[in-house]
Design a protein around this ligand. Sequence first.
Ligand code: SF4
Ligand code: SF4
Length: 305
Amino acid sequence: MFNTEIFDKSNKNPSNIVPSKLSLDSNIKFRCHPGVSCFTACCGSIKIILTPFDILRLRKRLKLEADDFLLHFTAPTFLEKTDMPGVCLKLDPDGRCPFVTPVGCLIYSDRPSACRYYPIGMANFHEGAQENQIAEEFYFVVKEPHCKGHEEDKTWTIREWRADQGVDLCDEMNKGWMELVMRRKSFGLQATLSEQAKKMFFMATTDLDRFRSFIFNSSFLQIYELDPETLENIRTDDIALMKFSFQFLASSLFGTQGMKISEEKIAAKVEEHKKKQSEAEKRAEETYFELKQLRDQMQKDKKIS
Ligand code: SF4
Ligand code: SF4
């Protein structure tokens, strides 16, 4: 199952979830606007997980390099019930979002995914279904006591709400990342992920500048075969690079198909493996003969005495 809980802006108290499965055509009664008595009440005492797309959008809005943005506006965290490292928005000393003002959100058109989804959650169950197939998808409403938007006289469908909040684009951009997190979650913590793998995941999903530099300034391109179009896209287009990072991580962390490893590298790996194997066999043979000699000598010594 994966759901928007990964970057849920609510306090995750299950009793705040209205127990009804909703579809895109279900009606909800809700409106958030500067006139509500609770205006910006939900912009504090929260944990807002940032997706790679959120980070990209926010740092562009703030005209910051990825590392500057990460340093000043985020705090490290683990992504929902996994050991996968990510970041959340760093709140100010009063526990408020750094972008909230008395008149609203300073970066409203580039606000994070969590702020857009609220108060509608989405769940996708795909247990028992083929990979990439969704068996069941539904929506639910989060109704927290402090949120007065539910008392407003505005009814619309979830589809209309999502379009208004720009959620469809977020879903499309976050999909590959969410799948990585949920794949990890489904493996459970007994399946270990190396420290190196975690570092790679963190770098590729939070700092596209460093990930790009890693691709073009390491042996990456000697190992993976990329067609010229992909190469050009990831060199010049951040969104293409972000999507490529999801594909690369799925392949390197979970062994999915999609990345072509150079034939030369595969042959070199096979050769290396064979060499290691024949060295091990040689060592085993030497040990055997040493032991045999020792035993023969012991028998000889026994006969003499
Ligand atoms: S980013 Fe904007 S909408 Fe989201 S918590 Fe901060 S101020 Fe509120
Ligand atoms: S109505 Fe709800 S979402 Fe809007 S500001 Fe108030 S608490 Fe936040």
